[in-house]
Write a protein that binds this ligand. Structure first.
Ligand SMILES: Nc1ncnc2c1ncn2[C@@H]1O[C@H](COP(=O)(O)OP(=O)(O)OP(=O)(O)O)[C@@H](O)[C@H]1O
Length: 473
């Protein structure tokens, strides 16, 4: 019964921890995802979950039963045999537990190092998985394997150091058991000679001593296991405690009207001091507002500010006169759509890739595809919107993938569209075609685009050059 209860309690706790952890991950800041990759997060979650389960099982199946067994045996020993002997056994037990406790405390620095090295290896594996094609291309197999082995060795060496550090304490414990037997026997021999205790009492005493040593061993092993579980919980608690997005919602149900974006003296510095300073410009409808400038001048930073992934250190970003810091994130994401540089496509149907889980509305789906100039292509496929796109969309050309991404962005009928070098990987003509098409949408949507190719800019567009000392045209 106890085993069953312990199992169910541990599993339920593991379930709660896993689901709450996932929920918290979804609310982490953008900075969190710059630092941690999925493999590392998954490894911390798995370690933490199993550590929690172990701790619950230790408490319910080891600590409590062992403590009850100890109390009962000591009481029997004191009542039936000799109170002095019971006191010696208690003293031994206290010493054994204190010694195990302090030895695991001293040695835990090695466990912590082993867990840290394990996490670093998980992060490395995540990075390698993301860049597998490139790493293979450059023949980096030996380098990857060497890096992984080095960290794995660090894990093993620290675990070994942990055990070696505890070894002398374990030897001392063994000696203490022998000493306990010797002292208690010496105390019983005079009582036997005086006829106070019988041979039967001595046999009972031996049985009880043996029975006592078992729960002490169980408690000592449980203390050591609990120490390992504590170390395994650390990566999870670190990720758990990392900052989350602040929920600011002063303006409810915000919907932009003209969708005019106004940047007023915006400044933002990353931890290394780089970023953007004194950026001011207006982005409205009627043409595309292009962000240009030399590399590192802050174009992507401006996008991150618009997307509220980061907040300006100074200045304001207004939309139709309302500061975006006060707009609820859900409302804001409904109003702003992004087409990223690297289009992410799932190996699902074209429709699924446009909708990404949003409720399907056939009219809107066709309209978005038409506006993205991809409808004729979709209709030419035998399975139309149900055509699957292959792993990472590799059954489509670069231009088709970009257009699917644009249809995905337009499906939500956004007021503001951000194009992050959305077509820079394409040839100049295809990029110009896509931009010409986007320009025709700019009457209804505010389009802010990053580009390195000046050739795609038309006279009706606004150009914001972020190169320091450059002027707006
Ligand atoms: N996460 C970050 N942490 C620290 N510094 C950063 C971070 N992201 C960007 N920077 C720095 O901020 C500055 C602006 O970077 P940003 O990516 O906005 O430039 P960019 O104009 O988009 O560059 P590019 O044209 O090369 O894409 C650069 O000096 C860059 O090194």
């Amino acid at each position: 019964m106890l085993q069953y209860l312990s199992f169910m309690t541990a599993e339920n706790l593991g379930f709660i921890a896993a689901t709450r952890f996932f929920d918290r991950i979804l609310r982490k800041t953008a900075a969190f995802f710059l630092e941690h990759n999925p493999v590392e997060i998954q490894s911390a979650a798995a370690r933490g979950r199993s550590a929690l389960i172990t701790m619950v099982q230790l408490g319910t199946t080891i600590f409590f039963p062992a403590a009850a067994q100890l109390l009962l045996t000591i009481a029997t020993l004191g009542a039936l045999v000799n109170i002095q002997i019971a006191a010696i056994v208690v003293a031994y037990g206290a010493a054994a537990i204190t010694l195990t406790w302090s030895s695991t405390r001293r040695a835990r620095v090695f466990l912590d190092r082993a867990v840290d090295a394990g996490q670093e290896n998980a992060r490395f594996v995540g990075n390698v998985m993301n860049a597998m094609d490139t790493l293979r291309h450059f023949g980096s197999h030996a380098w990857m394997s060497q890096r992984f082995t080095m960290k794995a060795r660090e894990v093993r060496d620290n675990c070994r150091a942990y055990v070696l550090q505890r070894l002398p304490y374990i030897a001392v414990l063994g000696l203490a058991v022998a000493l306990q037997f010797a002292v208690t026997l010496l105390l019983l021999v005079p009582d036997y000679q005086a006829g106070v205790v019988t041979i039967g009492d001595i046999v009972l005493f031996n049985t009880l001593i043996l029975q006592l040593s078992m729960p002490f061993e169980m408690v000592a092993r449980a203390i050591s296991d609990a120490s390992r579980s504590r170390a395994d919980l650390i990566p999870l608690t670190r990720l758990w405690g990392a900052p989350e997005e602040r929920r600011t919602s002063h303006t409810h149900d915000f919907t932009p009207s003209a969708g005019q974006l106004s940047f007023e003296d915006i400044g933002y510095a990353y931890e290394n001091g780089r970023g953007v300073t004194n950026v001011s410009f207006l982005a409205g409808r009627g043409g595309i507002t292009f962000l240009v400038g030399e590399t590192g001048s802050g174009k992507s930073t401006i996008f991150r500010l618009v997307l509220k992934s980061i907040a300006p250190d100074c200045g304001r970003i207004l939309v139709d006169g309302t500061d975006i810091t006060g707009i609820d994130r859900t409302d804001w994401y409904a109003a702003v759509a992004v087409v990223p540089q690297d289009v992410m496509l799932l190996n699902e149907s074209l429709a699924d890739n446009i909708l990404l889980g949003r409720p399907r509305d056939e009219v809107r789906l066709r309209a978005a595809s038409e506006k993205a100039a991809i409808l004729p292509f979709i209709e030419a496929q035998p399975e139309g919107f149900e055509t699957t796109v292959g792993e990472r969309g590799l059954k489509l050309s670069g231009g088709e993938r970009q257009r699917i991404a644009i249809a995905r962005a337009l499906y939500g009928e956004p007021a503001i569209l951000l194009l992050d070098e959305a077509s820079s990987a394409l040839d100049e003509r295809t990029e110009r075609d896509i931009m010409d098409h986007i320009r025709s949408l700019a009457e209804d949507v505010t389009v802010l685009a990053i580009t390195h190719r000046r050739g795609v800019i038309s006279t009706t567009d606004v150009v914001v050059d972020l190169t320091p000392c450059a002027c707006q045209t």
